[in-house]
Design a protein around this ligand. Sequence first.
Ligand code: FAD
Ligand code: MLT
Ligand code: ZN
Length: 475
Amino acid sequence: LTPERYPVQRLPFSIVSEEDLAAFESIIPGRVITDPEQLEACNVDWLRTVRGCSKVLLRPQTSEEVSQILRHCYKRNLAVNPQGGNTGMVGGSVPVFDEVILSTALMNQVISFHDISGILVCQAGCVLEELSHYVQERDFIMPLDLGAKGSCHIGGNVATNAGGLRFLRYGSLRGTVVGLEVVLADGTILDCLSSLRKDNTGYDLKQLFIGSEGTLGIITAVSILCPPRPKAVNVAFLGCPGFAEVLQTFSTCKRLLGEILSAFEFMDSECMQLVGQHLHLTNPVQESPFYVLVETSGSSAGHDAEKLTHVLEQVLNSGMVSDGTMATDQRKVQMLWALRERITEALSHDGYVFKYDLSLPVERLYDLVIDLRNRLGPSAKHVVGYGHLGDGNLHLNVTAEAFSQELLGALEPYVYAWTAEQRGSVSAEHGLGFKKKSVLSYSKPPEAVKLMQQFKAMLDPKGILNPYKTLPAQA
Ligand code: FAD
Ligand code: MLT
Ligand code: ZN
């Protein structure tokens, strides 16, 4: 960590002693890692922008083990950093100093699957893609999908309330997660792992942990509602001459495709250039200022293809779209999705990435990208816009050869103030983690921040769970 980039001081937690290691070893024999080489990867985030210096990694297999570990840490005042797949975008998944890393990697068992309700119950460390395969074999799909599916854990997804590529159709995890098991800071196991669609008995406590980024408890198991696997999936990849046409195409798709529209993603020409340059992906359509990916998922292949073809005719004839291609076979569908899903990876090859994940009124969504290109001029390598247009979520990314304090100064607080002026959100789906915790107040009033701090103090009075993350330090 560069102190001038992130001014933060270690809080007075205890330091892991030989006795602590022995206690951990007795709880999870053979799964206490202290080898610096093995610790390297879990001390650095996916973007390689933040780095901690934890000396111990714990790999429990059961909720009971997590409970015993936390009971010990609570008693000893040891700080704990919960970690899933370590694919988070805001530096929440790695320690800031020497916090104990508690990984869910070995908590990867499916507990049950009900093939009438579609409710899957599993441990928190199951990898999203593996769950996807598991439910697909049973003719269901996971209600969420993201580019990090090969590494991220379902517990991490819930802890960040990840949005992703299926949000438009299946909604937020706040709706699809029907139950959670959570271990609290003092080691108490909170069993709210219900498999009920409807349950209005008291406050819905699980909601507090969804999106709490490891600061309120450790999610150990998840009960989640999986939709039936759609029989027909079609993808269209289209080039649009301007952002106004992207919006018109979106309205047309919503109106004419109705319930079968399952994704509407967009990217600008600079993104296309970057996936070409760094990942050698080929643009399947004529070069255009913008591209959109439209996906339909339904139960009748002929009916869906007919509907989508009709939409394509309309948007092409009216000039909203200048060129397009359609896919139904899995290989081409995946090829088209890769153009959008792998932008993050392409950006990481382009240099240091300044990442912003904003909710904005959809009609203003791209104005900020244009504005910033003018504002930053040649000091930025690329200023790109892409994201989940169907959800009003812009990913604004700026790359540079290396981190630059000057560039950061030109970006912040400008981007946050711009977003607040539109009553947008400064974190649509990635959370606040370590890197964005101080900008919470751009999207939430002081009363809300105070209440969040009170919840934190009540659930984790010693502040051992993921300290320095999500909430601004209390005055
Ligand atoms: P981690 O990165 O390990 O942890 C994230 C946070 O959750 C940390 O604060 C950590 O302490 C906490 N945490 C992890 N597990 C637990 C647990 N069991 N209990 C309590 N706290 C826990 N995000 C989106 O929202 N939408 C996207 O479309 C999307 N696409 C991505 C594409 C790529 C290529 C990459 C690299 C990332 C993407 N992300 C996206 C961000 C990231 O994948 C998600 O935030 C994901 O949900 C994190 O899961 P994880 O298991 O990797 O968690
Ligand atoms: C995405 O939608 O690709 C992810 O949220 C990751 C990113 O913002 O780059
Ligand atoms: Zn995203």
